[in-house]
Design a protein around this ligand. Structure first.
Ligand code: GDP
Length: 473
């Protein structure tokens, strides 16, 4: 607000009152979204030109013709409650499922790896297990995962983080295959797990449902091949395709500085084919691909869709979730990288603005807002269920209310990430943000509302939907 006032050479208070007449309460140091900024500037006779949009325009993703699309392997994330066996499963697959005919096992931890089944089909695993990593990528705008394996220990139960993982996968629209793990243990009771899932409306195949599940032991390897086959079966339904015959684009999985080799970035090629010698832009960094290595430490010259590969040659470490693109021209890649760095330094990049309760009424009135996503946390099951019912009843023809995740417990950082990835607001009933949740919410600009009276929560939501909520100052 203050910055734009200076740019237009008018008092800050004029901007504040202009915003107020739009129904938005702002303070001096607040950031305005693109839409508001345009309207307010216009009122004072200015037109806003968005520079970010300009520089990003040179990144054009060409539409593929149907005949150019070839099948690609699924990209899979493993999620589940702590200690239920995510890492063990990934390790087992990494060590045991080494391809017939290919030399050497997977030796490098590059953040992702591919396996080839005996019949030649490929699966790519993201090697950072857990829904937090998954949703953090999504919050940065990267949809990488095609399918989620959710591990549940058969000697335990469907636990809070199991439920979270399920909500996170569902919010992303990613199909789930359950791996009921630790069946080698005498205390294992896979049926109990399936029953629990059924009671949550998640019917696995044994129970007459559509969701795939497989009893496994990540320790002995029992059932793991069958699990992978089920993953492929599920992937088949998705008809995953990409065009390998164009310049590459994809997502950064991880990056770091290696003392001897310089910046090393693991990237997942999602379309096209990446080759040594290509000019790459990844987030705020660019460079010429000097060398590429697969997860077996083998030098490779090219990498097609769904292939994870670590590359050398970038002039810095991009962040996980950053997109990468290949450019014909080194200069252009460099220019965009420089511009992005500048914009970030000036903090003028407004990546995403999330919905707040105050804004809902205005957005509904503008007609561009059809669904309100809510994450609901409460102190006891009873209040969570009561609020879920009441909130859902508030859905109207204009706006659908979706409770994308509900659970008993404090508001966590993972809730905030889910809200950021799914543009949701968080409502807490008799619970508060825990640990880093508040600071991450401030950074991501996620609206967290806490209540101790059910009636207040329902009324606020109702008022907000009618555009009648008095702003929280
Ligand atoms: P994560 O936290 O989900 O990654 O779980 P880990 O893979 O670290 O596993 C937690 C513990 O369970 C470790 O001690 C594993 O050895 C053990 N574990 C994992 N899978 C199995 C299994 O299939 N059978 C048995 N008996 N133990 C397992």
């Amino acid at each position: 607000v203050a910055e734009v006032a200076t740019m237009m050479n008018i008092p800050t208070t004029s901007i504040i009152s202009a915003c107020m007449s739009l129904g938005i309460m702002v303070t001096m140091n607040q950031r305005l979204d693109a839409e508001t900024l345009s309207i307010v500037a216009e009122e004072f006779g200015y037109e806003v030109e968005f520079v970010t949009a300009d520089i990003e325009e040179s990144i054009v993703e060409e539409e593929d013709r149907p005949e150019e699309l070839k099948p690609r392997g699924p990209i899979v994330t493993v999620m589940g409650h702590v200690d239920h066996g995510k890492t063990s499963l990934l390790d087992y697959i990494r060590h045991e499922n080494v391809i017939a005919g290919e030399s050497g096992g997977i030796t490098q931890h590059i953040g992702a790896y591919g396996v080839t089944l005996p019949d030649g089909q490929k699966i790519t695993f993201l090697d950072t297990p857990g829904h937090e990593a998954f949703t953090a990528m999504r919050a940065r705008g990267a949809q990488v995962t095609d399918l989620a394996i959710i591990v549940v220990a058969a000697d335990d139960d469907v636990m809070p983080q199991t439920k979270e993982a399920i909500s996170h996968a569902q919010a992303a629209g990613v199909p789930i295959v359950f791996a009921i793990n630790k069946v080698d243990k005498p205390t294992a009771n896979p049926d109990k797990i399936k029953e629990r899932l059924a009671s949550m409306n998640l019917l696995v195949e044994d129970w007459g449902g559509k969701i795939q599940s497989q009893d496994i032991s990540a320790k002995t390897g029992q059932g793991v091949n069958e699990l992978l086959e089920k993953v492929l079966l599920e992937a088949e339904i998705l008809e995953l395709k990409a065009n390998p015959d164009k310049i590459a684009s994809g997502t950064v999985v991880e990056a770091f500085l290696d003392k001897g080799r310089g910046y090393v970035a693991t990237i997942l090629v999602q379309a096209g084919t990446l080759r040594v010698g290509d000019y790459v832009l990844a987030g705020r960094h660019s460079g010429k691909v000097k060398a590429m290595q697969d997860e077996r430490g083998k030098a490779v010259k090219e990498a097609g869709p769904s292939t994870p590969i670590s590359i050398l040659g970038l002039d810095g470490a991009p962040q996980a979730g950053d997109k990468f693109h290949v450019f014909e021209d080194e200069k252009e890649a460099k220019q965009i990288a420089t511009k992005r760095t500048q914009l970030q330094r000036e903090q003028t990049v407004r990546t995403q603005r999330h919905i707040t309760l105050d804004e809902i009424g205005r957005r509904i009135a503008l007609g561009d807002f059809k669904e309100l996503n809510i994450i609901l946390k409460g102190d006891v099951d009873g209040s969570v269920e009561a609020l879920t019912d009441s909130f859902q009843k508030l859905s109207t023809e204009e706006i659908q209310i979706n409770i994308i995740h509900k659970a008993v417990g404090p508001i966590t950082e993972s809730d905030v990430l889910l809200a950021s990835a799914s543009d949701a607001i968080i409502i807490g009933f008799n619970v508060r943000p825990m640990g880093n949740a508040r600071s991450v919410a401030d950074k991501e600009e996620i609206d967290i509302r806490t209540y101790s009276i059910i009636y207040d929560a329902i009324n606020d939501l109702k008022d907000a939907m009618e555009g009648m909520l008095s702003p929280e100052l």
